[in-house]
Design a binder for this molecule. Structure first.
Ligand SMILES: *Cc1c(COP(=O)(O)O)cnc(C)c1O
Length: 366
């Protein structure tokens, strides 16, 4: 039993009776890929209306019994987060801005009519999950332990109203370097579909947004592109974001632009961090609207030097080519831009404890 004064919750421990054999685990850790393998344990906490959060526990990773009438299976009342734990050079372990994930999780919970989880309990649950499976850090360079906290409606009831029961879980997955040597520039397809409309759930990290992005993403793949880009739903004119990453534009006058948070864009923690790092590089940082037409024109005139996408999983990804039904255009040389690479290196160095953490973003947990 481990108690943490900060959370008033006790996490009971039920160790896995048969954890994965060391040889098999080492094989996974040498080539983990992304989202394929899962560690031996998971954190589980239950919520019942009137009682609140209870029964925090660490249990063997495995299937969850679920009533076929569980509300999540019918009305998609589900939210999630994604963050990484890093093994530091001195053997310690750190999380990157977990309080920001906790705060965003609760913002998503409010939009989906779900109960909030105290922020310190969210962070403690993530910490417990990392510590119990700390032998699961990848051995490949650039590896990390990807954490997936999520919550879903578990009440068996087919009426349409918020559930009275929920489950919160944290699972962990060893993750390799998303790109083996540096990040190659990707090609993106501007979708005719939209991801989020004003007043919808675009700013919430909910599974439903992803379900709706699968057909547009498949279409991008079929056309030979790597990612899908969504424009705004009202005018189909303004650049919003990719399926799971925010976008930045770098100009020849030393300015950097990212689409403003209008309620239809997911407020990325990588996005927020890069806004600060770019300002520290002496760049003029702007959050505003940017149209697809202007983007095309600026790429053609040379005013636009670089475009990159960002998010926890791939950190920073250069965008080399953009295509829509009207045709295709190239950004810069079509390869990774200089500032893109510099910002990526700066952020990764802070996350891994190799550079000074002037912002207090790194939470050491071991
Ligand atoms: C999670 C997510 C992002 C990136 O957020 P980070 O906090 O930087 O990982 C961007 N867009 C969407 C749609 C997302 O779900």
């Amino acid at each position: 039993m481990a108690t943490d004064a900060a959370t008033s919750q006790t996490f009971t421990r039920h160790p896995h009776p048969a954890p994965l054999a060391v040889d098999a685990r080492n094989a996974v850790l040498a080539d983990p890929g992304f989202g394929r393998a899962f560690t031996d344990h998971m954190v589980e906490i239950d919520y019942t209306e009137g009682r609140g959060w209870h029964d925090a526990r660490i249990v063997p990773y495995g299937p969850i019994p679920l009533d076929p009438a569980a509300a999540v299976l019918h009305y998609a009342q589900e939210i999630f987060e994604g963050l990484k734990a890093y093994r530091l050079a001195d053997g310690g372990i750190a999380l990157f801005r977990p309080e920001a994930n906790a705060a965003r999780f609760n913002a998503s919970a409010r939009r989906l009519a779900m109960p909030e989880l105290p922020e310190d309990l969210f962070v403690e649950a993530v910490r417990q999950q990392v510590l119990v499976d700390q032998d699961w850090f990848p051995t490949v360079e650039g590896g990390s332990l990807y954490l997936r906290p999520f919550m879903f409606a578990s009440e068996a009831f087919l009426g349409v109203r918020p559930s009275k029961q929920y489950k919160f879980l944290v699972i962990a997955s060893p993750a390799g370097n998303y790109f083996k040597s540096g990040a190659p520039a990707v090609s993106i397809w501007v979708s005719d579909f939209t991801r989020a409309a004003q007043g919808g759930t675009g700013a919430a990290k909910c599974g439903g947004n992803y379900a709706a992005s699968l057909v547009p993403t498949a279409e991008a793949f079929e056309r030979g592109h790597d990612q899908v880009l969504f424009l705004d739903a009202a005018e189909h004119k303004w650049v919003e974001e990719l399926g799971g990453m925010n976008l930045f534009f770098v100009f020849d006058d030393g300015s950097v632009l990212t689409p403003e948070l209008t309620g239809t864009i997911l407020p990325g923690i990588t996005r927020a961090s890069l806004l600060e790092l770019a300002a520290e590089e002496g760049l003029t940082v702007r959050e505003g609207r940017y149209s697809l037409d202007q983007w095309k024109a600026d790429a053609a005139s040379g005013k636009l030097l670089e475009t990159f996408a960002c998010g926890t999983a791939a950190v920073v990804t250069p965008v080399g080519r953009v295509a829509d039904r009207a045709g295709e255009f190239t950004i810069g040389t079509g390869g990774p831009g200089q500032l893109t690479q510099k910002l990526r290196q700066r952020l990764v160095a802070i996350q891994r404890g190799e550079a000074a953490d002037a912002h207090g973003w790194v939470r050491r947990i071991a």
